[in-house]
Design a protein around this ligand. Structure first.
Ligand SMILES: N[C@@H](CCC(=O)N[C@@H](CS)C(=O)NCC(=O)O)C(=O)O
Length: 223
């Protein structure tokens, strides 16, 4: 039995979704973020030294890193539908978006989260103006323009095809779900990018996505 070590409101939601798309049985072991720090509880470090989610176990195997987990599950248990055939242009695009999700899109989204918190979080009054000025400057010079470019790029890619890898839904769409959802919550994505917005609505309408929400519990991404 595959076990998903699932942290609330986190990247592990997409693993539940993938397992639902694959129609595999699995167990969900839940972990709660610390309400103040939003960090994972120390129990997760007993499963994997980094103590991050997602982590899965499958028999003797323990695997972390969502891209690796998606690749493992889709190639071991998936039909060819979820990973395009090797050597095709769709496969190259699949690879690209699989890596883009965590490699290019998540870093500025995380920086936005951190700088927003610095701006609004509690701190001694004499430090506040300086901390706010640094956070605002970093966001306006680097984080926000970068996010805009990334979102424009995704929008232009989806203007040419329905799903990220091509005409068919693949595991890359599952891997891309978390950054696009995070961008909708805190990265400036809205209906003004109609292709990306429509893609988001269409993943949310998939029956497997809905079932994964039932299994995972409340899913509200951090702002
Ligand atoms: N690149 C890793 C990132 C893992 C990660 O940072 N997970 C977050 C959840 S979205 C986490 O565990 N955060 C809690 C913490 O850092 O303590 C992946 O894709 O699996």
């Amino acid at each position: 039995m595959i076990v998903v070590h699932h942290l609330n409101n986190s990247r592990s939601q997409r693993i539940l979704w993938l397992l639902e798309e694959l129609g595999l049985p699995y167990e969900v072991k839940r972990y709660q973020r610390d309400a103040r720090t939003m960090l994972a509880p120390p129990e997760l470090r007993a499963v994997h030294p980094l103590g991050k989610s997602p982590v899965i176990s499958d028999g003797d195997l323990t695997l972390a890193e969502s891209g690796a987990i998606v690749e493992y599950l889709a190639s071991r248990y998936g039909s060819e539908n979820l990973i395009p055939k090797n050597g095709t242009p769709e496969h190259l695009r699949y690879l690209y978006w699989m890596h883009f999700a965590e490699g290019s899109m998540m870093p500025p989204l995380l920086l936005k989260l951190i700088f927003d918190r610095i701006e609004s979080g509690p701190m001694p009054f004499f430090v506040r103006p300086v901390a706010r000025a640094i956070a605002q400057r970093a966001k306006s010079l680097m984080v926000l323009p970068n996010l805009e470019r990334l979102l424009d790029f995704m929008e232009s890619e989806l203007a040419a095809r329905v799903w990220f890898a091509g005409p068919a839904f693949t595991a890359a769409d599952i891997q891309m779900s978390f950054p696009v959802e995070a961008a909708a919550v805190r990265g400036g994505l809205d209906e003004k990018r109609p292709k990306l917005w429509a893609w988001l609505q269409s993943i949310h309408a998939r029956p497997a996505y809905r079932r994964a929400l039932d299994r995972g519990g409340k899913y509200e991404l951090l702002r």
